[in-house]
Structure formats: C-alpha cells, structure tokens
Design a protein around this ligand. Structure first.
Ligand SMILES: Nc1ncnc2c1ncn2[C@@H]1O[C@H](COP(=O)(O)OP(=O)(O)OP(=O)(O)O)[C@@H](O)[C@H]1O
Length: 262
C-alpha cells in the first residue's frame, strides 16, 4: 500500500498442529496507519494467524518479517482472571505496565472513553466497559501495531458500533497499523482499509468493496452474511476496479447498479 510502510510481512506461512494444517501458504503485509480486518468462519485459523504475527507461534514453514523495534499492543479474545482476586481497573492496567504514570493511565482511559472507571472493580464492568479497558491496556505501550482479537465480543449492537468508531478514531489519532479479527462484516466494512478472508488459506483479500464482489466471499459466508453486506451496501451507485477504486465511466452506470443477493 503506497505511503504506508510495511510493519509486518508474512511470506508463504504455513502452520501445522500434528496432522492438521491450520494455515496454508499465507502471504500478507500489515501497514502503518492502515486497518486490516481478518474475517473467516469458526476454526478458519484467524487466531492462529494473529499468534504468528505476535511471534507466539513459529510457522512450520515460510517466513515472518517485522520492522525492527516494532511495538505491538495486543487485545486478546479472552482473559481468564480469578474473580475472587480483588482487582481495580487501575491495578489491572498497571499489571502489564508497572512504570505507567497516573497521568498516562488517565489519558489512555480518557482516549477510550473510560476515565470514570479507574477505581472500579474490573470484575464488575459491563461487556462494553471491559472491552474499552482491555483496549486501553493494549494502548499503554504506545504501539505502532495494534492487534485486536474480536474486540466487540460480549457487547450489544449499539456498543459494537461505538467501539468500531473508537477503533477508527484511534487509528486516526495515533496513525498506527491495526490488525483486527471480526465476525461483524457489515459493521466492519465501513471502518477497514483492507479485508482478508481466511479459511486456512487466503480466499480473497483487498479493499472491502472488491472483496464483497468476490465469489469466494459469498461461498465462504453464505447467503445470510452476503445479505447483511448487501444491506450495508444498498446505496451503491458506482462500480469499483480490482483495487476498490471507483470506475468513473463504467458501462453499467447507464443503469443504476443492482446489488445481487446470492
Ligand atoms: N495450539 C493448538 N494445538 C492444536 N490445535 C490448535 C491449536 N491452536 C488452534 N488449533 C486448531 O486450529 C484450528 C484453528 O483455530 P483458530 O483458533 O486459529 O481458529 P479461528 O478462526 O480463530 O476460530 P474462531 O472464529 O472460532 O475463534 C482449530 O481447529 C483449532 O482447534
């Protein structure tokens, strides 16, 4: 992607667990100041791919390159914390960042709209509050790459929209790269620059508008997901080239484009 330097590059990465090949020949780049969203059915290997990027799983074959000194902030899908252990949000945040000043904690919580939660019990937070605090924890390292594994899980629909807007705002403020796993295609499409559809291998990838027109996208997600995307996209009155750019004089513009529901 022009003007957005590579932060991470995977070339022909495969991962095998015993006899099961979970990832097959994955090549991709993550860029500075760019949101990349990984979508795919359950068991497609999304978390495994994220763990490869984080350096937690060594590829069985292929190579991984990271820009030297890359700082990564990670928001995991699940965090197991013993509920009998008293834990304030402040304490939770400082567990992974002992040297963080009170001012930095407040500023970071402020950025995710959770400044009022500093002295609350972590165990008593709502789903949306928990995700905001987890996001703050990932941001405390001032990462150049933010990795978010299903950041809106356990959050109601309105809260999901707010969280995706927050993630977009964070990218705009910090100009960091973001790699995000999501199942919410129609919510994510408007706030992502690059989509990768994964099902052990990369089925299709590119600008959201290009991916949404790819037959393997519909094959992978089926009718209901394709319909959800069509609903999001229903005001479509233009065509895209293979990079997702609008084609100004496309012949089909003579008739207003009709979205095909597979
Ligand atoms: N450490 C491991 N050892 C053995 N098998 C594993 C390991 N980690 C993941 N797997 C297997 O790899 C496959 C892909 O798992 P992964 O968690 O990456 O999928 P996913 O796309 O993130 O799924 P979901 O959407 O359900 O979270 C699954 O079959 C899983 O059981």
């Amino acid at each position: 992607m022009q003007n957005h330097p590579d932060l991470v590059k995977l070339e022909q990465v495969s991962v095998r667990f015993g006899r099961q090949e979970t990832l097959k020949n994955i090549s991709l780049s993550l860029h500075d100041n760019c949101i990349t969203t990984l979508i795919g059915p359950n068991g497609a290997g999304k978390t495994t791919l994220v763990r490869v990027v984080l350096g937690l799983i060594k590829p069985t074959s292929g190579s991984l390159w990271c820009t030297p000194g890359l700082k990564v902030g990670y928001m995991p899908q699940k965090l197991q914390i013993d509920k009998t252990m008293p834990l304030t949000v402040k304490r939770f945040l400082t567990l992974g960042a002992q040297n963080a000043s009170a001012a930095l904690l407040e500023k970071t919580l402020d950025q995710v709209g959770a400044q009022h939660l500093l002295m609350h019990s972590f165990h008593d937070l709502s789903g949306g509050e928990t995700q905001r605090v987890m996001l703050a924890r990932a941001l405390l390292r001032d990462p150049k790459l933010l990795v978010l594994d299903e950041p809106v899980q356990g959050v109601d629909v309105n809260g999901q929209t707010e969280l995706y807007a927050l993630i977009t705002a964070i990218r705009e403020q910090r100009k960091c790269g973001i790699l995000m796993i999501s199942h919410d295609l129609h919510l994510v499409m408007s706030s992502t620059d690059h989509v990768i559809c994964l099902n052990q291998h990369v089925c299709c990838s590119g600008h959201p508008a290009r991916v949404s027109n790819d037959p393997s996208f519909i094959e992978l997600f089926g009718r209901s997901q394709a319909n959800a995307f069509a609903l999001y996209n229903h005001q479509h009155d233009h065509c895209h080239d293979t990079h997702g750019e609008v084609i100004v004089d496309h012949p089909s513009l003579a008739e207003k484009e009709v979205i095909t529901r597979a």
